[in-house]
Design a protein around this ligand. Structure first.
Ligand SMILES: [Zn+2]
Length: 200
């Protein structure tokens, strides 16, 4: 069976990546990072999603260095580069040749979520490992609404995903708003229960 390393944050994008990799016939090896993000509920959501997709393993790497380098949010400089470098080592160790990352059209303003970054890292991955590992970014050209649409087709458990910056489904932070707007565009109710969200 082919093995896929999934960078799993517990959000919609990485959960859809897990669903796509599963759909493509991969066994999943999930990788999450504890880097001082605002809420450990992210890691709990990632663990639950890894379990739902029958991941062979779910590894959590503690990266306290990231919090030492920067306190910026939501943009964490070079975060994907740092995460993916760890994923390369994990992939070669378990005999995987495929990394999956949920970068997408809505995050393209972050330099390490851009198509240019994707192609550059793919070239690096091919020469940085014995196994010629490649990076898969199946959401690269998809907007959040298109991601949700694709997720519905693949039965993604949206109610288990965590988007909120505060970890409590506030319905008001930028991440919650982007998510809710995308569901609205599709005319679909988000199955999450929001704490303070008033629909109008
Ligand atoms: Zn929120």
């Amino acid at each position: 069976m082919k093995k896929a390393i999934i960078l799993l944050s517990g959000g919609i994008d990485s959960t859809l990546c897990a669903a796509i990799a599963k759909d493509w016939g991969f066994d999943l090896y999930a990788l999450s990072f504890d880097y001082g993000q605002r809420h450990l509920k992210e890691l709990q959501a990632a663990a639950e999603i890894a379990r739902l997709y029958s991941a062979v393993e779910h590894k959590i790497i503690t990266l306290s260095a990231l919090a030492v380098i920067t306190n910026e949010r939501p943009y964490v400089p070079a975060r994907n580069t740092i995460f993916l470098a760890h994923a390369l080592g994990y992939a070669e160790t378990v005999g995987s040749t495929d990394l999956f990352v949920g970068i997408n059209a809505d995050d393209v303003h972050f330099p390490d979520c851009s198509p240019k970054f994707f192609h550059a890292f793919n070239s690096l991955a091919a020469v940085a490992t014995k196994a010629k590992i490649s990076l898969n970014a199946p959401l690269l050209n998809l907007t959040k609404a298109q991601i949700i649409q694709k997720g519905i087709e693949l039965g993604v458990p949206f109610e288990k995903t965590l988007t909120c910056y505060g970890g409590d489904h506030c319905g008001a932070c930028p991440a919650c708003k982007i998510r809710l707007n995308a569901f609205d565009q599709l005319g679909i109710n988000d199955p999450l229960k929001y704490n303070n969200y008033v629909s109008y």
